[in-house]
Design a protein around this ligand. Structure first.
Ligand SMILES: NC(=O)C1=CN([C@@H]2O[C@H](COP(=O)(O)OP(=O)(O)OC[C@H]3O[C@@H](n4cnc5c(N)ncnc54)[C@H](O)[C@@H]3O)[C@@H](O)[C@H]2O)[C@H](O)CC1
Ligand SMILES: [K+]
Length: 500
């Protein structure tokens, strides 16, 4: 699904109004109805609702939502934050309609702000995507009052005070909602880690804006929807054999960190690879052979770290369908030498993770050797080591895009909404996963998954989008079964499923 910027979203509104065609007031009604449909299945009518409206179209939505809720017998009070003399036409229209049902309360001074109680629901329709400057004066006071209250807060479209597609300042006063119900398309600002407090749990509701405009709108940002990810999964034909799905090589493990190799190997096998060889230091040999009997093991001559030297006959590296390197390998000089060797030899995309990334960061000349369309899977700290410090999340996205373009690689920047940057400069945000995935070994699992997909011949961008999605989804299933606190990386492997 595309993510559009605010100018594009305003143009999309106008396009829908002209080409559907639909009157602006009816489009607002549709948005309000979509919000109320979402609300109605979650919150019972015995929780009193206080709707806070601004004077623009976000406030107009609030007015229409209040009217629809009143008609459904919800107990609703409407507050209008009178911060300016000007009102939008559609606000004014819905204001008149609402006054036929109830008398709104006007907030002009701080003492007009009502007390809010625990069981009450606040609907925040003060400012939406029209935000053009930091909140101040009475708006700021109202936002602070809402944020201090114990009420459940739901933001209409976007939290008042939060920019949808540009950075806020640290001192900005912004609604801190429990939920955001956004119209039609995700907004970039909803996906960024620093904004988490100003987003809460967020949902998209469909207001049927014109699909033709969306299809034609240029963007670099995408959000992976479940149906899009599922479509990427290839069907297996009946005459397939294990050769069809590739022979992968995982270079993983060091003394004390052979578990990382086990996790990556198991995840690789659970993700459809045809054959798997794990190259590990000698100390890992019996571990792999015992813990992962489906895999072959290529023992390194070194007892503790990977050097790339082995006394066993093996395939030349380029003969493997895909190579993944990094889980648990440590940063020994011998391992660095091996990495350098592999990067100079290999001519196909590989998966590079964990300490392999730290070795790259400490030896940046190696970046130029990366095979085109390789997948790197840093978490933010590893990414900062590979690149530079950033000012804010928007700045980070630019650094990410530039880095992926410059080295013609795929970069999977791990986080709440993992961001996948492509060599073409696009970014795909993932939609699955939960904080339970912040536990040792889940990164190793992802490396195994991605290596398996490359081995099966998936294009690296598709492999990254699908692999990250499926890994997050497995994390969500693991959390359902074990809880976010109790789940471990092995549960994620057990929960992997590949169905389209
Ligand atoms: N796109 C859709 O799917 C639909 C969106 N709708 C809703 O419309 C709002 C956007 O409405 P708009 O009138 O453009 O802006 P706002 O209501 O957010 O703001 C009104 C007005 O306020 C001024 N302003 C900006 N920043 C500040 C500030 N810090 N302090 C005071 N005043 C400020 C500025 O002049 C704005 O124009 C969108 O979010 C949806 O909720 C439609 O209902 C239809 C479908
Ligand atoms: K809002």
């Amino acid at each position: 699904m595309k993510i559009l910027n605010i100018d594009q979203i305003h143009a999309l509104d106008q396009y829908t109004i002209q080409h559907e065609p639909i009157a602006p007031i009816n489009l607002m009604e549709r948005a309000a109805q979509a919000f109320v449909n979402w609300y109605g299945v979650r919150f019972s009518s015995n929780r009193p609702v206080k709707v806070f409206c601004g004077l623009g179209n976000n406030g107009g939505d609030g007015m229409a939502i209040a009217r629809l809720l009143i008609q459904l017998d919800y107990q609703v009070e409407v507050y209008v934050v009178r911060y300016a003399p000007r009102e939008s036409d559609d606000f004014a229209h819905n204001h008149r309609r609402l006054k036929l049902l109830t008398a709104p309360i006007y907030i002009e001074q701080p003492h007009d702000i009502p007390a809010l109680r625990h069981h009450e629901i606040v609907i925040d329709a003060i400012l939406g995507s029209g935000l053009s400057r930091p909140t101040e004066g009475i708006i700021k006071e109202v936002i602070q009052g809402i944020n201090r209250s114990p009420a459940t807060v739901i933001a209409v479209d976007i939290a008042s005070g939060l920019y949808a597609d540009q950075p806020n300042q640290a001192e900005d006063i912004i609604i801190e909602p429990d939920y955001t119900v956004t119209f039609q398309l995700p907004k970039l600002g909803l996906l960024l880690p620093k904004n988490e407090r100003f987003v809460g749990e967020w949902h998209i509701v469909n207001v049927q804006l014109h699909q033709r405009f969306i299809d034609q709108a240029p963007t670099s940002y995408y959000y992976t929807m479940p149906e899009e990810a599922r479509l990427l999964i290839r069907k297996r034909n009946r005459h397939a054999n294990k050769g069809t799905f590739g022979h992968a090589l995982l270079l993983a493990g060091s003394y004390g960190k052979v578990g990382a190799a086990v996790l990556a190997a198991k995840a690789c096998l659970r993700s459809g690879v045809g054959l798997l060889t794990v190259q590990t230091p000698l100390c890992g040999y019996s571990v792999i052979q015992t813990a992962v009997p489906e895999a072959m093991c290529l023992p390194d001559t070194h007892p503790y770290v990977l050097t790339g030297h082995t006394e066993v006959d093996n395939l030349p590296p380029n003969n493997y369908a895909a190579i993944g390197i990094g889980p648990g390998i440590g940063k020994a000089p011998e391992t660095l030498a091996m990495l350098r060797d592999i990067l100079t030899t290999i001519r196909k995309p590989m998966v590079i993770d964990a300490d392999a990334l730290n070795l790259l960061a400490a030896n940046r000349d190696l970046l130029g050797l990366l095979p085109e369309r390789s997948i790197l899977t840093p978490h933010p700290k590893e990414f900062e080591r590979l690149t530079q410090r950033w000012q804010n999340d928007y700045d980070k996205l630019e650094i990410l895009q530039d880095f992926a373009r410059r080295f013609r690689i795929v970069v999977v920047l791990k986080g709440a909404h993992t961001a996948i940057a492509t060599p073409e400069g696009d970014i795909h945000f993932n939609s699955t996963g939960n904080p339970g995935l912040s536990t040792g070994g889940t990164g190793d699992v992802l490396t195994g998954v991605l290596t398996a997909l490359l081995a099966q011949g998936y294009d690296p961008v598709e492999a990254a989008v699908l692999g990250v999605f499926s890994h997050g989804l497995a994390g969500d299933h693991a959390a359902d079964a074990r809880g976010q606190i109790g789940m471990v990386a092995s549960d994620v492997i057990d929960s992997l499923r590949w169905e389209n």
